[in-house]
Design a protein around this ligand. Structure first.
Ligand code: NAP
Ligand code: HSE
Length: 445
C-alpha cells in the first residue's frame, strides 16, 4: 500500500490528539484512503517534559527544521501555535513544496494572504479545517459544500472557552476566574487566555470565515472585537428574565450593495461581541465548549453546524480530515483543488468592503447603575430621544429611594455611532454610579 509520511511540529494538546487518533484509526484511514498515514517525526520544545501522549522517544526532536527539510516527509502538520516560529515553519514547508496542515487561526489571521500566496506559488495546498470551530467541518462547508451560494448571514459561537465560561456562569452562577481556570485545565483555552476572553481568538476565526464567505481577506484590525470580561452575573440574570441568553458571537452579515456599476460596493459586517440571543433560537442552547455556526445561504437557506469547538479529540478529528485530503490530493496530483478564496469585485460583481461598526445598526440591552430618585429615568429617556433612539422596554427592580439600583433598557434599532454618543452623555450624568453596560441584541431572524 502507498504511504504518506507526516512530520508533526507541536506535540501538545492537539498534536497529542493527532498522534493518538492516528494510532487508533490508522488502519481505518488506510482502508478508506488506499494510503497509509505514517507519522514519522514529531518536534517539541522540550524533550524532558512529562507528556500524557506516549510518543516514542525515537521520533521526537526539538529541531523542526530537520523535519521540514527531510526529503522523506511528504506533509507537514503545524500544531505549535503562535505567529512567529509557526510562520517560519509553514513558510519553509510550503517553499519546500510540502503541503501543510495547520490549526493555527492566529497565524492565518496575521499572515493568511502571504501564506496562501506562497502555497499557490509553490503549487501546494494549505489545509486549515481545525483552525475554526474545533471538530466542526465548517471550512469545508464554506469552501466546497456552499460554493453555489452567496452567504447572506453567518452567526457563530466559535470560542469554546468563552462559551464554557458563559454557560457555567448562567447555569451554576459560577465565578468567572474559577471557570476560566477549569477551561485551561481541560485544554480549551489558548496559552494566553486573553486571546479567548477578550474576543481575539473568535475574531481570528470570524475573519477566516468571512474571508471564505465573501472572497476578500478581512484584516484583523477591520474586525470590531469585544470580549466577555465585562459580563456580570447581573447581566446574565436580567437577560434570562427577558428571555435571552448571552453568547459571544462571531457575526458576518451581508448589509447589501451601495452604488451602481463599477463603483458599487457590497458592505459586509464582520464583528465579534457578546450578544443577547433569544432563547427560542437554537444558538441559545449551545452550551459549554460546544460551538455552533448558523449559516444562511441565498440558495440553501438556513443551516446549522454544531459540535465540540475545542479540545484534544475534536480538533484532532479536523486535522485528520485535512490529512485525508492532503493524502488524496498528493495521490491524484491535485494542487489548489478548491481555491481558498474566490474574490468578489470586478467582473464578479461589486467589490466587498467591511462596514465600520459605527455605521452598523443594532438593537441593544443597556444596564445602568443609577441612584433611585425622581427624574432619573426622564433624563435618560430624554437623552436617548434627542439622539432619535427609541426604548422598547424597561426593567427596574424595586429598590429604596436614594440607593443605587440597576435599570435595564431594551433599545430599538439604532446606529452604533448614535448609541455610543448618547451613552457617553448618559455616563456623565451625576446619578449614574458605574460605567454603563451596553450589549447588542441579535434576534437572528
Ligand atoms: P499546546 O498544548 O501548547 O502545544 C504546543 C506544542 O508545540 C507543544 O508540544 C510544544 O512543545 C510545541 N512547541 C512550541 N514551540 C516549539 C518549537 N519552537 N519547536 C518545536 N515545538 C514547539 O497547544 P495546543 O492547544 O495543542 O494548540 C496548538 C495549535 O492548535 C494552536 O495554534 C491552537 O490555537 C490550535 N488549536 C487548539 C485547540 C485546542 O482546543 N487546544 C483547538 C483548535 C485549534 P512542548 O510540549 O515541549 O512544550
Ligand atoms: N481556545 C480556543 C477555544 C480553542 O476556546 O475555542 C479552539 O480553537
Amino acid at each position: 500500500m502507498e504511504q504518506v509520511n507526516l512530520g508533526l511540529i507541536g506535540g501538545g494538546t492537539v498534536g497529542g490528539g493527532v498522534f493518538q487518533a492516528l494510532a487508533r484509526h490508522g488502519d481505518l484511514l488506510a482502508q478508506r484512503l488506499g494510503t497509509r498515514l505514517n507519522l514519522t517525526r514529531v518536534a517539541v520544545r522540550d524533550l524532558q517534559k512529562a507528556r500524557s501522549t506516549p510518543f516514542p522517544a525515537s521520533i521526537l526532536t526539538t529541531d523542526w527544521r530537520s523535519i521540514v527539510q527531510d526529503p522523506q516527509i511528504d506533509v507537514v502538520i503545524e500544531l505549535m501555535g503562535g505567529t512567529t516560529t509557526a510562520r517560519d515553519v509553514v513558510r519553509a514547508a510550503l517553499i519546500a513544496g510540502k503541503p501543510v496542515v495547520t490549526a493555527n487561526k492566529a497565524l492565518l489571521s496575521a499572515h493568511g494572504p502571504e501564506l496562501f500566496a506562497l502555497a499557490a506559488q509553490h503549487h501546494v495546498n494549505l489545509y486549515y479545517e481545525a483552525s475554526v470551530a474545533g471538530g466542526i467541518p465548517i471550512i469545508k462547508v464554506l469552501r466546497e459544500s456552499f460554493a453555489g451560494n452567496r452567504i447572506t448571514r453567518l452567526a457563530g459561537i466559535v470560542n469554546g472557552t468563552c462559551n464554557y465560561i458563559l454557560t457555567r456562569m448562567k447555569l451554576e452562577g459560577a465565578d468567572f476566574q474559577a471557570v476560566l481556570a477549569d477551561a485551561q485545565r481541560l485544554g480549551y483555552a489558548e496559552a494566553e487566555p486573553s486571546l479567548d476572553i477578550d474576543g481575539h481568538d473568535a475574531a481570528h476565526k470570524t475573519g477566516i470565515l468571512a474571508s471564505l464567505a465573501h472572497g476578500f481577506w478581512v484584516k484583523p484590525e477591520q474586525i470590531h472585537t469585544e470580549g466577555i470580561r465585562h459580563i456580570d452575573a447581573l447581566d446574565i440574570r436580567f437577560a434570562t428574565q427577558l428571555g435571552y441568553t448571552i453568547k459571544l458571537l462571531g457575526i458576518v452579515k451581508d448589509l447589501g450593495t451601495k452604488g451602481r456599476g463599477p463603483s458599487a460596493t457590497r458592505g459586509i459586517q464582520v464583528a465579534v461581541y457578546p450578544a443577547l440571543v433569544p432563547n427560542t433560537h437554537v444558538l441559545a442552547s449551545v452550551n459549554y465548549a460546544f460551538n455552533a455556526i448558523s449559516l444562511r445561504g441565498d440558495i440553501v437557506g438556513d443551516t446549522l453546524f454544531y459540535g465540540r469547538g475545542a479540545g484534544q479529540d475534536p480538533t484532532a478529528s479536523s486535522v485528520l480530515s485535512d490529512l485525508a485530503d492532503a493524502a488524496l490530493d498528493l495521490r491524484h496530483g491535485c494542487h489548489q483543488r478548491v481555491p481558498a478564496f474566490t474574490p468578489c469585485g470586478g467582473s464578479r460583481g461589486p467589490a466587498c468592503r467591511v462596514v465600520p461598526m459605527e455605521e452598523v445598526v443594532s438593537r441593544y440591552y443597556l444596564r445602568l447603575s443609577v441612584v433611585d430618585k425622581p427624574g432619573v429615568f426622564a433624563k435618560v429617556a430624554a437623552l436617548l430621544a434627542a439622539a432619535k433612539i427609541g426604548i422598547s422596554s424597561v426593567i427596574q427592580p424595586e429598590g429604596h429611594v436614594g440607593e443605587t439600583v440597576p435599570v435595564i433598557l431594551m433599545i430599538h434599532d439604532a446606529p452604533n455611532r448614535a448609541m455610543q454618543a448618547a451613552l457617553a452623555r448618559i455616563a456623565k450624568l451625576g446619578f449614574v454610579k458605574a460605567p454603563p453596560v451596553l450589549l447588542r441584541v441579535e434576534t437572528l431572524e
